[in-house]
Design a protein around this ligand. Structure first.
Ligand SMILES: Nc1ncnc2c1ncn2[C@@H]1O[C@H](COP(=O)(O)OP(=O)(O)OP(=O)(O)O)[C@@H](O)[C@H]1O
Length: 460
């Protein structure tokens, strides 16, 4: 399984209701995706886990939810209007457009060295023609709209390309109302928009996407230490939820390629194995220095510094930012969880089975309740049990088809437990619980089943 694994995931996602192409009844909107019933659960679980780990389980981080459309002055001061651009180039042979920096990075990854003559050395990924690219032009990544009834330059507004700026503009209010002192952080999750030149690779790069960002404000001079700390925390968050370390690595941005605000940026990369490139950015951990707060203080005339009473001095905090994408995280978990192994069928013969080995905390469905067969006594009993368990978890009820087939269906969407109600249940008031990965079965009495699941679904 290599490059074709992504195709397997795309098709499983569509078939089982994780992710659908957007507006498909009209032929689809290129590189936009909708999350189906299982996808929305998986996505919400990922976000919940991030929020718990980054915000509610800590005493030094609080959350906010700011607007998507901020005052245009915010994007002027932050530097986005002037510098949030990508180098756009076009192959003069097939007229397909690319990001020049992506072409160069892909070349370097393949050959182990940068192209000596820039784009002149590179073959077009679409038609194969060598070096027939136009001179790159800077293309704005900001998506704009108009507010109000007129559509002139005065009514232009931008959809945020990152959630971070809503945090910086609220820094003082959050700091005083939550009575926090640096070091402390403000987190936000929400939609961001970028007019990507080359969206694609499924939900990896889209023009509309969700981010999970946290800005951690620290005393200047303590920034490097805190960057190390957050890099370790972020790595541990992914591995703690089961992402395999062999599919992860750090990428340190070379000094000359850092964003305009950054002193150091290190990305966690995942082995996505898209055709053409093995690794892709999952999350960036950046030292944004005091760039944003200073820029907003200057442009707005508001004081965004902090008075350190203990030291008796005033300073503008430095900021460490772990910034992750929800879609990319979900794609990494989908790829990493996918396993093909073997399971015995009804006749005891081994057959291939597909299992999504999601960590229980992110699995979209926590347990499925399955009556052994459609029967006037078994089905109502099983339905009652499903309704009771639904008070705590997302539970599926399924009584259609052979029991083996129903297990397979649950394995394929990563449901950790299947609870089977059979004819013995009517006698002994017990059910059979089957665990997804080991396929081991255990008999559990009905009055214990909720506690049994609760001890195994801790943190869900
Ligand atoms: N177009 C996008 N689609 C989906 N997720 C995105 C997109 N752009 C950024 N992200 C997510 O937001 C995170 C933080 O954004 P950041 O600005 O650091 O990305 P970036 O370095 O511009 O990404 P890339 O180099 O891949 O364009 C990224 O690590 C990624 O997970």
């Amino acid at each position: 399984m290599a490059a074709d694994k992504i195709d397997t995931i795309v098709s499983l996602s569509k078939r089982r209701g994780f992710v659908f192409p957007c507006s498909e009844i009209y032929g689809g909107q290129r590189a936009a995706w909708d999350y189906g019933p299982l996808g929305v659960e998986l996505k919400e679980n990922i976000k919940r886990q991030w929020w718990r780990y980054m915000v509610t389980s800590r005493e030094d981080v609080v959350g906010i939810d700011s607007s998507v459309i901020l005052a245009t002055e915010v994007w002027q001061a932050s530097g986005h209007i002037a510098t949030f651009t990508d180098p756009l180039t076009e192959c003069t042979s097939c007229h397909k457009r690319f990001r020049a920096d992506h072409l160069e990075e892909a070349y370097e990854e393949k050959k182990g060295r940068a192209p000596e003559n820039g784009l002149a050395d590179i073959n077009c990924p679409n038609c194969g023609t060598k070096g027939q690219f136009t001179e790159p032009k800077q293309f704005s990544g900001l998506l704009s709209t108009h507010l109000g009834p007129t559509q002139d330059s005065g009514s232009v507004a931008y959809l945020r390309p990152e959630t971070a700026q809503g945090i910086f503009t609220n820094f003082s209010q959050v700091q005083t109302t939550s009575r926090r002192k640096p070091p402390f952080g403000i987190a936000q999750m929400g939609k961001s928009f970028r007019n990507e030149i080359t969206p694609g690779n499924f939900i990896f790069r889209t023009r509309e996407f969700e981010q999970m960002e946290m800005e951690f404000f620290v005393k200047p001079g303590e920034d490097e230490k805190w960057q190390e700390y957050w890099m370790e925390q972020r790595w541990n968050w992914y591995t703690g939820l089961g992402l395999r370390e062999e599919n992860m690595r750090w990428y340190e941005h070379p000094k000359e390629k850092l964003s305009h605000y950054s002193k150091r940026t290190a990305d966690i990369e995942y082995r996505f194995q898209f055709g053409g490139s093995e690794w892709g950015e999952l999350e960036g951990v950046a030292n944004r220095t005091d760039y944003d707060l200073s820029a907003h203080a200057k442009a707005s005339g508001q004081d965004l510094s902090y008075f350190d009473q203990e030291a008796g001095e005033r300073w503008t905090p430095y900021v460490i930012e772990p910034a992750a994408g929800v879609g990319r995280t979900m794609l990494a978990f989908l790829l990493d969880s996918y396993v093909e192994d073997e399971a015995p069928n009804a006749k005891g013969k081994l057959e291939k089975r597909t299992v999504m080995r999601f960590d229980h905390r992110i699995a979209p469905v926590k347990a499925a309740v399955l009556p052994l067969s459609r029967n006037p006594e078994l089905s109502p009993k099983a339905k009652g049990l499903a309704a009771a368990l639904r008070q705590n978890w997302n539970i599926e009820f399924d009584d259609a088809g052979a029991i083996g087939r129903r297990y397979r269906r649950q394995d394929e969407i990563g449901t950790p437990f299947c609870v089977t109600v059979d004819f013995d249940t009517l006698e002994d008031n017990a059910v059979t619980v089957r665990e997804r990965d080991t396929m081991k079965q255990e008999r559990v009495s009905l009055d214990q089943i909720e506690g049994y699941l609760a001890t195994r679904l801790v943190g869900c």
